[in-house]
Design a protein around this ligand. Structure first.
Ligand code: CMX
Length: 440
Protein backbone atom coordinates (compact mmCIF):
# COMPACT_ATOMS: atom_id res chain seq x y z
CA UNK A 1 0.00 0.00 0.00
CA UNK A 2 1.20 3.50 -0.87
CA UNK A 3 1.54 5.57 2.33
CA UNK A 4 -0.18 8.96 2.61
CA UNK A 5 3.16 10.72 2.18
CA UNK A 6 4.08 8.65 -0.90
CA UNK A 7 0.70 9.31 -2.47
CA UNK A 8 0.98 13.01 -1.68
CA UNK A 9 4.46 13.15 -3.27
CA UNK A 10 3.03 11.56 -6.43
CA UNK A 11 0.04 13.93 -6.52
CA UNK A 12 2.33 16.93 -6.07
CA UNK A 13 4.49 15.84 -9.00
CA UNK A 14 1.35 15.38 -11.12
CA UNK A 15 -0.03 18.78 -10.14
CA UNK A 16 3.07 20.97 -10.49
CA UNK A 17 2.99 21.27 -14.32
CA UNK A 18 -0.59 22.64 -14.16
CA UNK A 19 0.40 25.56 -11.92
CA UNK A 20 3.62 26.08 -13.86
CA UNK A 21 1.78 26.27 -17.21
CA UNK A 22 -0.88 28.67 -15.89
CA UNK A 23 1.84 30.97 -14.66
CA UNK A 24 4.25 30.78 -17.58
CA UNK A 25 1.77 30.72 -20.50
CA UNK A 26 -1.30 32.52 -19.16
CA UNK A 27 0.01 34.76 -16.37
CA UNK A 28 -1.44 37.92 -17.99
CA UNK A 29 -5.01 36.65 -18.48
CA UNK A 30 -7.44 38.89 -16.52
CA UNK A 31 -9.75 36.90 -14.22
CA UNK A 32 -11.22 39.66 -12.04
CA UNK A 33 -11.61 43.40 -11.59
CA UNK A 34 -11.46 45.30 -8.33
CA UNK A 35 -13.91 47.99 -7.21
CA UNK A 36 -13.54 50.76 -4.66
CA UNK A 37 -16.04 49.07 -2.35
CA UNK A 38 -14.00 45.87 -2.41
CA UNK A 39 -10.82 47.73 -1.52
CA UNK A 40 -12.47 49.58 1.36
CA UNK A 41 -14.73 46.67 2.24
CA UNK A 42 -12.39 43.95 3.38
CA UNK A 43 -11.50 42.62 -0.11
CA UNK A 44 -14.88 40.84 -0.35
CA UNK A 45 -15.12 38.55 -3.33
CA UNK A 46 -11.80 39.46 -5.01
CA UNK A 47 -10.49 36.30 -6.67
CA UNK A 48 -6.92 36.33 -5.46
CA UNK A 49 -6.20 33.00 -3.79
CA UNK A 50 -5.91 29.43 -5.07
CA UNK A 51 -6.80 26.25 -3.21
CA UNK A 52 -7.97 22.87 -4.44
CA UNK A 53 -8.79 21.62 -0.97
CA UNK A 54 -12.18 23.23 -0.46
CA UNK A 55 -14.53 25.51 -2.37
CA UNK A 56 -17.32 27.63 -0.91
CA UNK A 57 -20.28 28.20 -3.19
CA UNK A 58 -22.44 31.08 -1.87
CA UNK A 59 -25.68 29.15 -2.50
CA UNK A 60 -24.61 25.58 -1.81
CA UNK A 61 -21.97 25.92 0.92
CA UNK A 62 -18.70 24.13 1.37
CA UNK A 63 -17.31 21.23 -0.65
CA UNK A 64 -14.19 19.41 0.47
CA UNK A 65 -12.26 18.22 -2.58
CA UNK A 66 -15.46 18.38 -4.58
CA UNK A 67 -17.60 16.49 -2.03
CA UNK A 68 -20.51 18.10 -0.15
CA UNK A 69 -20.59 17.60 3.61
CA UNK A 70 -23.26 14.85 3.49
CA UNK A 71 -21.15 13.07 0.84
CA UNK A 72 -18.03 13.33 3.00
CA UNK A 73 -19.93 11.88 5.95
CA UNK A 74 -21.27 9.07 3.79
CA UNK A 75 -18.07 8.14 1.99
CA UNK A 76 -15.29 8.43 4.59
CA UNK A 77 -14.59 5.35 6.74
CA UNK A 78 -16.04 5.43 10.26
CA UNK A 79 -15.26 3.56 13.47
CA UNK A 80 -17.57 0.53 13.82
CA UNK A 81 -21.11 1.46 14.86
CA UNK A 82 -20.38 5.20 14.80
CA UNK A 83 -21.93 8.07 12.85
CA UNK A 84 -19.05 10.45 12.26
CA UNK A 85 -16.04 9.50 10.11
CA UNK A 86 -12.44 9.36 11.27
CA UNK A 87 -10.71 12.74 11.39
CA UNK A 88 -7.61 11.00 10.04
CA UNK A 89 -9.59 9.98 6.94
CA UNK A 90 -10.65 13.57 6.40
CA UNK A 91 -7.03 14.70 6.58
CA UNK A 92 -6.20 12.08 3.95
CA UNK A 93 -9.00 13.34 1.72
CA UNK A 94 -8.03 17.00 2.10
CA UNK A 95 -4.40 16.27 1.26
CA UNK A 96 -4.87 13.86 -1.64
CA UNK A 97 -8.40 14.40 -2.98
CA UNK A 98 -9.03 10.66 -2.60
CA UNK A 99 -11.42 8.86 -0.25
CA UNK A 100 -9.13 6.56 1.73
CA UNK A 101 -9.72 2.87 2.35
CA UNK A 102 -10.00 1.51 5.93
CA UNK A 103 -6.39 0.36 5.63
CA UNK A 104 -5.16 3.77 4.50
CA UNK A 105 -7.00 5.42 7.38
CA UNK A 106 -5.48 2.92 9.84
CA UNK A 107 -2.05 3.92 8.58
CA UNK A 108 -2.73 7.63 9.26
CA UNK A 109 -4.17 6.81 12.70
CA UNK A 110 -0.91 5.02 13.41
CA UNK A 111 1.16 8.02 12.23
CA UNK A 112 -0.80 10.33 14.52
CA UNK A 113 -0.53 7.87 17.43
CA UNK A 114 3.27 7.84 17.19
CA UNK A 115 3.43 11.63 17.38
CA UNK A 116 0.94 12.35 20.17
CA UNK A 117 3.14 12.76 23.21
CA UNK A 118 3.39 16.36 24.36
CA UNK A 119 6.76 17.67 25.51
CA UNK A 120 6.72 18.33 29.26
CA UNK A 121 7.41 22.03 28.72
CA UNK A 122 4.03 22.45 26.98
CA UNK A 123 2.23 21.41 30.18
CA UNK A 124 4.45 23.79 32.11
CA UNK A 125 3.63 26.70 29.80
CA UNK A 126 -0.10 25.97 30.12
CA UNK A 127 0.26 25.69 33.91
CA UNK A 128 2.11 29.02 34.03
CA UNK A 129 -0.70 31.04 32.43
CA UNK A 130 -2.20 33.65 34.77
CA UNK A 131 -5.58 32.98 36.30
CA UNK A 132 -8.67 33.79 34.25
CA UNK A 133 -6.86 33.74 30.89
CA UNK A 134 -9.13 32.87 28.00
CA UNK A 135 -8.36 29.40 26.59
CA UNK A 136 -7.55 30.79 23.12
CA UNK A 137 -4.33 32.63 24.11
CA UNK A 138 -3.29 29.53 26.05
CA UNK A 139 -3.96 27.37 22.99
CA UNK A 140 -2.05 29.72 20.72
CA UNK A 141 0.91 29.97 23.11
CA UNK A 142 1.05 26.19 23.63
CA UNK A 143 1.41 25.74 19.86
CA UNK A 144 3.98 28.53 19.64
CA UNK A 145 6.02 26.98 22.42
CA UNK A 146 6.66 23.94 20.23
CA UNK A 147 8.18 25.98 17.39
CA UNK A 148 11.59 24.79 18.58
CA UNK A 149 10.62 21.32 17.30
CA UNK A 150 10.14 22.48 13.69
CA UNK A 151 11.91 20.28 11.11
CA UNK A 152 11.22 22.83 8.42
CA UNK A 153 13.03 25.62 10.27
CA UNK A 154 16.00 23.38 11.10
CA UNK A 155 16.31 22.08 7.54
CA UNK A 156 15.88 25.55 6.06
CA UNK A 157 18.78 26.79 8.13
CA UNK A 158 21.13 24.15 6.76
CA UNK A 159 19.85 24.61 3.19
CA UNK A 160 16.70 23.19 1.65
CA UNK A 161 15.77 22.91 -2.03
CA UNK A 162 12.55 24.82 -2.78
CA UNK A 163 11.10 21.67 -4.40
CA UNK A 164 11.41 19.92 -1.04
CA UNK A 165 9.82 22.57 1.22
CA UNK A 166 6.64 20.56 1.50
CA UNK A 167 8.35 17.48 2.97
CA UNK A 168 9.47 18.85 6.39
CA UNK A 169 6.23 20.92 6.42
CA UNK A 170 4.33 17.64 6.14
CA UNK A 171 6.35 16.18 9.03
CA UNK A 172 5.76 19.31 11.15
CA UNK A 173 2.05 19.16 10.37
CA UNK A 174 1.62 15.57 11.47
CA UNK A 175 3.65 16.24 14.61
CA UNK A 176 1.51 19.25 15.46
CA UNK A 177 -1.95 17.94 14.53
CA UNK A 178 -1.41 14.75 16.53
CA UNK A 179 -0.81 16.85 19.63
CA UNK A 180 -3.74 19.26 19.35
CA UNK A 181 -6.30 17.01 21.10
CA UNK A 182 -3.84 16.57 23.99
CA UNK A 183 -3.29 20.33 24.23
CA UNK A 184 -7.01 21.11 24.03
CA UNK A 185 -7.97 18.49 26.61
CA UNK A 186 -5.24 19.63 28.98
CA UNK A 187 -6.34 23.28 28.73
CA UNK A 188 -9.87 22.08 29.53
CA UNK A 189 -8.67 20.08 32.55
CA UNK A 190 -6.56 22.92 33.79
CA UNK A 191 -9.25 25.60 33.48
CA UNK A 192 -12.46 23.74 34.24
CA UNK A 193 -11.81 20.43 36.02
CA UNK A 194 -10.32 21.97 39.08
CA UNK A 195 -8.15 19.68 41.16
CA UNK A 196 -8.75 16.74 38.85
CA UNK A 197 -5.89 14.87 37.28
CA UNK A 198 -5.24 14.92 33.56
CA UNK A 199 -6.70 11.87 31.82
CA UNK A 200 -3.90 10.11 29.97
CA UNK A 201 -4.17 9.63 26.23
CA UNK A 202 -5.35 6.17 25.09
CA UNK A 203 -3.08 4.96 22.27
CA UNK A 204 -5.77 2.58 20.99
CA UNK A 205 -8.18 5.35 20.08
CA UNK A 206 -8.53 7.52 16.99
CA UNK A 207 -8.16 11.35 17.05
CA UNK A 208 -11.81 12.09 17.94
CA UNK A 209 -12.37 9.22 20.37
CA UNK A 210 -9.14 9.96 22.19
CA UNK A 211 -10.11 13.60 22.53
CA UNK A 212 -13.48 12.62 24.03
CA UNK A 213 -11.71 10.20 26.36
CA UNK A 214 -9.22 12.86 27.56
CA UNK A 215 -12.09 15.34 28.04
CA UNK A 216 -13.68 12.79 30.37
CA UNK A 217 -16.86 12.63 28.29
CA UNK A 218 -18.78 9.46 27.56
CA UNK A 219 -20.02 8.33 24.11
CA UNK A 220 -21.45 9.71 21.91
CA UNK A 221 -19.09 12.63 22.64
CA UNK A 222 -16.56 10.77 20.47
CA UNK A 223 -18.95 11.13 17.50
CA UNK A 224 -19.68 14.73 18.47
CA UNK A 225 -15.92 15.47 18.49
CA UNK A 226 -15.29 13.85 15.12
CA UNK A 227 -18.27 15.67 13.63
CA UNK A 228 -17.13 18.98 15.11
CA UNK A 229 -13.52 18.71 13.91
CA UNK A 230 -14.61 17.55 10.48
CA UNK A 231 -17.14 20.27 9.72
CA UNK A 232 -14.86 23.05 10.98
CA UNK A 233 -11.75 21.89 9.12
CA UNK A 234 -11.79 24.10 6.05
CA UNK A 235 -13.87 26.86 4.46
CA UNK A 236 -11.85 28.00 1.46
CA UNK A 237 -8.77 30.21 1.69
CA UNK A 238 -10.13 33.70 2.24
CA UNK A 239 -11.68 33.54 5.71
CA UNK A 240 -9.68 35.16 8.50
CA UNK A 241 -8.17 32.00 10.01
CA UNK A 242 -7.35 30.31 6.69
CA UNK A 243 -5.99 33.47 5.17
CA UNK A 244 -3.91 34.27 8.24
CA UNK A 245 -2.37 30.79 8.23
CA UNK A 246 -1.61 31.07 4.51
CA UNK A 247 -0.22 34.60 4.80
CA UNK A 248 2.10 33.82 7.69
CA UNK A 249 3.28 30.61 6.02
CA UNK A 250 4.00 32.54 2.81
CA UNK A 251 6.99 34.17 4.49
CA UNK A 252 8.24 30.60 5.09
CA UNK A 253 7.39 30.81 8.76
CA UNK A 254 6.94 27.19 9.82
CA UNK A 255 3.68 25.46 10.68
CA UNK A 256 3.90 26.32 14.40
CA UNK A 257 4.05 30.07 13.68
CA UNK A 258 1.36 29.76 11.03
CA UNK A 259 -1.16 27.72 13.02
CA UNK A 260 -0.65 29.78 16.16
CA UNK A 261 -1.34 32.92 14.08
CA UNK A 262 -4.45 31.41 12.50
CA UNK A 263 -5.71 30.55 15.99
CA UNK A 264 -5.36 34.22 16.92
CA UNK A 265 -7.45 35.21 13.90
CA UNK A 266 -10.07 32.63 14.78
CA UNK A 267 -10.40 34.15 18.25
CA UNK A 268 -12.35 37.21 17.02
CA UNK A 269 -16.10 37.47 17.75
CA UNK A 270 -16.95 37.96 14.06
CA UNK A 271 -15.23 34.64 13.28
CA UNK A 272 -14.65 31.57 15.49
CA UNK A 273 -15.53 33.20 18.79
CA UNK A 274 -19.10 33.57 17.53
CA UNK A 275 -19.88 30.05 18.81
CA UNK A 276 -19.11 31.21 22.35
CA UNK A 277 -21.04 34.42 21.74
CA UNK A 278 -24.16 32.47 20.72
CA UNK A 279 -24.14 30.62 24.04
CA UNK A 280 -23.37 33.73 26.08
CA UNK A 281 -26.19 35.58 24.35
CA UNK A 282 -28.65 32.70 24.79
CA UNK A 283 -27.68 32.12 28.42
CA UNK A 284 -28.44 35.75 29.09
CA UNK A 285 -31.93 35.27 27.66
CA UNK A 286 -32.34 32.01 29.55
CA UNK A 287 -31.51 33.79 32.80
CA UNK A 288 -34.06 36.47 31.98
CA UNK A 289 -36.65 33.77 31.24
CA UNK A 290 -35.84 31.82 34.43
CA UNK A 291 -34.99 28.81 32.24
CA UNK A 292 -38.39 28.74 30.52
CA UNK A 293 -38.60 28.62 26.73
CA UNK A 294 -39.67 32.08 25.50
CA UNK A 295 -42.65 32.62 23.25
CA UNK A 296 -41.90 33.64 19.66
CA UNK A 297 -42.85 37.22 20.51
CA UNK A 298 -40.48 37.31 23.48
CA UNK A 299 -37.70 35.92 21.28
CA UNK A 300 -38.38 38.50 18.58
CA UNK A 301 -38.21 41.25 21.19
CA UNK A 302 -34.84 39.96 22.44
CA UNK A 303 -33.44 39.85 18.88
CA UNK A 304 -34.63 43.40 18.14
CA UNK A 305 -33.23 44.62 21.46
CA UNK A 306 -29.81 43.26 20.49
CA UNK A 307 -29.95 44.82 17.02
CA UNK A 308 -31.21 48.15 18.31
CA UNK A 309 -28.33 48.33 20.76
CA UNK A 310 -25.95 48.20 17.76
CA UNK A 311 -24.84 44.57 18.22
CA UNK A 312 -24.86 41.68 15.77
CA UNK A 313 -26.88 38.50 16.22
CA UNK A 314 -24.16 35.93 16.74
CA UNK A 315 -24.33 32.81 14.59
CA UNK A 316 -26.20 34.53 11.74
CA UNK A 317 -24.86 36.01 8.51
CA UNK A 318 -21.79 35.21 6.47
CA UNK A 319 -19.27 37.01 4.31
CA UNK A 320 -19.73 34.55 1.40
CA UNK A 321 -22.70 32.25 2.05
CA UNK A 322 -26.16 33.39 0.99
CA UNK A 323 -28.13 30.38 2.27
CA UNK A 324 -28.31 28.38 5.50
CA UNK A 325 -24.84 26.99 6.15
CA UNK A 326 -24.78 23.21 5.43
CA UNK A 327 -22.57 22.88 8.52
CA UNK A 328 -25.51 24.32 10.47
CA UNK A 329 -27.97 21.95 8.77
CA UNK A 330 -25.83 18.91 9.51
CA UNK A 331 -25.65 19.82 13.19
CA UNK A 332 -29.34 20.66 13.23
CA UNK A 333 -30.16 17.19 11.88
CA UNK A 334 -27.96 15.67 14.59
CA UNK A 335 -29.69 17.81 17.24
CA UNK A 336 -33.18 16.90 15.99
CA UNK A 337 -32.18 13.26 16.38
CA UNK A 338 -30.49 13.41 19.79
CA UNK A 339 -31.45 16.59 21.64
CA UNK A 340 -34.72 17.79 20.26
CA UNK A 341 -36.30 18.01 23.73
CA UNK A 342 -33.43 19.98 25.18
CA UNK A 343 -34.44 23.48 26.31
CA UNK A 344 -31.43 25.20 24.81
CA UNK A 345 -31.99 23.48 21.48
CA UNK A 346 -35.57 24.75 21.57
CA UNK A 347 -34.14 28.27 21.84
CA UNK A 348 -31.87 27.66 18.85
CA UNK A 349 -34.71 26.10 16.92
CA UNK A 350 -36.82 29.16 17.55
CA UNK A 351 -34.00 31.48 16.48
CA UNK A 352 -33.92 29.63 13.15
CA UNK A 353 -37.54 30.71 12.63
CA UNK A 354 -37.38 34.18 14.14
CA UNK A 355 -34.02 35.72 13.18
CA UNK A 356 -33.90 35.55 9.34
CA UNK A 357 -37.12 37.56 8.76
CA UNK A 358 -35.96 40.14 11.32
CA UNK A 359 -32.56 40.53 9.64
CA UNK A 360 -34.35 40.87 6.30
CA UNK A 361 -36.65 43.50 7.79
CA UNK A 362 -33.67 45.36 9.26
CA UNK A 363 -32.23 45.33 5.74
CA UNK A 364 -28.51 45.30 6.50
CA UNK A 365 -27.19 41.73 6.54
CA UNK A 366 -26.64 40.28 3.05
CA UNK A 367 -27.26 36.82 4.42
CA UNK A 368 -29.95 36.48 7.12
CA UNK A 369 -29.40 32.73 7.54
CA UNK A 370 -27.58 30.87 10.34
CA UNK A 371 -23.92 29.86 10.08
CA UNK A 372 -22.01 26.98 11.68
CA UNK A 373 -21.65 28.78 15.03
CA UNK A 374 -25.38 29.00 15.69
CA UNK A 375 -25.61 25.27 16.43
CA UNK A 376 -22.25 23.93 17.53
CA UNK A 377 -22.26 25.30 21.08
CA UNK A 378 -25.67 23.85 21.90
CA UNK A 379 -24.47 20.35 21.08
CA UNK A 380 -21.36 20.81 23.21
CA UNK A 381 -23.50 22.13 26.05
CA UNK A 382 -25.85 19.16 25.87
CA UNK A 383 -22.96 16.70 26.14
CA UNK A 384 -21.54 18.43 29.21
CA UNK A 385 -19.04 20.93 27.82
CA UNK A 386 -20.82 23.93 29.28
CA UNK A 387 -17.75 26.17 29.58
CA UNK A 388 -18.48 28.11 26.40
CA UNK A 389 -15.21 30.07 26.47
CA UNK A 390 -13.70 26.77 25.36
CA UNK A 391 -15.72 26.37 22.17
CA UNK A 392 -13.34 28.29 19.92
CA UNK A 393 -10.52 25.93 20.95
CA UNK A 394 -12.64 23.08 19.55
CA UNK A 395 -13.14 25.08 16.34
CA UNK A 396 -9.36 25.69 16.25
CA UNK A 397 -8.45 22.00 16.51
CA UNK A 398 -10.66 21.28 13.52
CA UNK A 399 -9.56 24.32 11.52
CA UNK A 400 -5.86 23.46 11.99
CA UNK A 401 -6.44 20.27 9.95
CA UNK A 402 -7.59 22.16 6.87
CA UNK A 403 -5.17 25.07 7.14
CA UNK A 404 -2.12 22.86 7.51
CA UNK A 405 -3.22 20.73 4.52
CA UNK A 406 -3.41 24.00 2.55
CA UNK A 407 0.02 25.12 3.75
CA UNK A 408 1.61 21.81 2.67
CA UNK A 409 0.19 22.36 -0.83
CA UNK A 410 1.27 26.05 -0.79
CA UNK A 411 4.81 24.83 -0.22
CA UNK A 412 4.51 22.04 -2.79
CA UNK A 413 3.37 24.41 -5.52
CA UNK A 414 5.87 27.10 -4.57
CA UNK A 415 3.34 29.85 -3.84
CA UNK A 416 5.36 32.98 -3.14
CA UNK A 417 5.42 35.54 -0.37
CA UNK A 418 2.00 37.21 -0.26
CA UNK A 419 2.17 40.95 -0.87
CA UNK A 420 -0.94 42.79 -2.12
CA UNK A 421 -0.63 46.51 -2.90
CA UNK A 422 -2.20 49.30 -0.88
CA UNK A 423 -3.13 52.80 -2.02
CA UNK A 424 -3.90 56.01 -0.13
CA UNK A 425 -7.38 57.56 0.14
CA UNK A 426 -6.20 60.45 -2.09
CA UNK A 427 -5.12 57.96 -4.73
CA UNK A 428 -8.52 56.30 -4.56
CA UNK A 429 -10.21 59.69 -4.99
CA UNK A 430 -8.00 60.49 -7.97
CA UNK A 431 -8.78 57.12 -9.57
CA UNK A 432 -12.52 57.71 -9.08
CA UNK A 433 -12.22 61.22 -10.51
CA UNK A 434 -10.44 59.87 -13.57
CA UNK A 435 -13.00 57.14 -14.09
CA UNK A 436 -16.16 59.19 -13.44
CA UNK A 437 -15.24 62.85 -13.86
CA UNK A 438 -16.60 63.52 -10.34
CA UNK A 439 -14.54 66.02 -8.31
CA UNK A 440 -13.65 65.53 -4.63
N1 CMX B 1 -26.56 40.59 12.96
C1 CMX B 1 -26.70 41.91 12.77
N2 CMX B 1 -26.15 42.59 11.74
C2 CMX B 1 -25.50 41.85 10.84
C3 CMX B 1 -25.37 40.46 10.94
C4 CMX B 1 -25.92 39.83 12.07
N3 CMX B 1 -25.79 38.52 12.28
N4 CMX B 1 -24.67 40.01 9.87
C5 CMX B 1 -24.37 41.10 9.12
N5 CMX B 1 -24.85 42.21 9.72
C6 CMX B 1 -24.67 43.59 9.30
C7 CMX B 1 -23.19 43.92 9.32
O1 CMX B 1 -22.72 44.21 10.63
C8 CMX B 1 -23.12 45.09 8.37
O2 CMX B 1 -23.56 46.22 9.08
P1 CMX B 1 -22.93 47.68 8.78
O3 CMX B 1 -23.30 48.00 7.36
O4 CMX B 1 -23.59 48.56 9.78
O5 CMX B 1 -21.45 47.57 8.98
C9 CMX B 1 -24.17 44.70 7.34
O6 CMX B 1 -25.05 43.76 7.98
C10 CMX B 1 -23.61 44.09 6.09
O7 CMX B 1 -22.82 42.96 6.47
P2 CMX B 1 -22.65 41.72 5.47
O8 CMX B 1 -22.01 42.22 4.23
O9 CMX B 1 -23.92 40.97 5.35
O10 CMX B 1 -21.68 40.78 6.30
P3 CMX B 1 -20.08 40.86 6.41
O11 CMX B 1 -19.50 40.13 5.29
O12 CMX B 1 -19.63 42.27 6.63
O13 CMX B 1 -19.82 40.09 7.79
C11 CMX B 1 -20.17 38.40 9.39
C12 CMX B 1 -20.03 38.71 7.90
C13 CMX B 1 -20.15 36.88 9.59
C14 CMX B 1 -18.98 39.01 10.15
C15 CMX B 1 -21.51 39.01 9.90
O14 CMX B 1 -22.59 38.38 9.26
C16 CMX B 1 -21.66 38.92 11.40
O15 CMX B 1 -21.16 39.79 12.12
N6 CMX B 1 -22.34 37.83 11.93
C17 CMX B 1 -22.45 37.60 13.34
C18 CMX B 1 -21.15 37.01 13.88
C19 CMX B 1 -20.99 35.58 13.41
O16 CMX B 1 -21.88 34.76 13.50
N7 CMX B 1 -19.75 35.26 12.96
C20 CMX B 1 -19.40 33.88 12.57
C21 CMX B 1 -19.29 33.66 11.07
C22 CMX B 1 -18.86 32.25 10.76
C23 CMX B 1 -17.45 32.03 11.22
O17 CMX B 1 -16.53 32.59 10.62
O18 CMX B 1 -17.24 31.33 12.21
Amino acid sequence: MESLKEKLARKIEEHRPRTKRLLSDFGDVVIDQVTVSQVIGGMRGIKSLVTDISYLDPEEGIRFRGFTLPEVFKKLPKPKGKEAPYVEGLFYLLLTGDIPTEEEVADVIDEFRKRRILPRYVYEVIDAFPCCSHPMPIFSAAIMTMQRESFFSKKYQVGLNKQDYWDPTYEDTLNLLAKLPEIGAYIYTKLYREGQKRIQSNPNLDFGSNFAHMMGKADPYDDVSRMHFLIHSDHESGNVSAHTGHLVASSLSDIYYSISAMINGLAGPLHGLANQEVLRWLQNLMDMMGGEVPTEDEMKQYVWQTLNSGQVIPGFGHAVLRKTDPRYSLQRDFSLKYLKDDNLFKYVDMLYKVVPPILVEQGKAKNPWPNVDAQSGVIQWYYGVTEYDFYTVLFGIGRAIGISANIIWDRALGYPLERPKSVTTSMLEEMVQKATGQKF
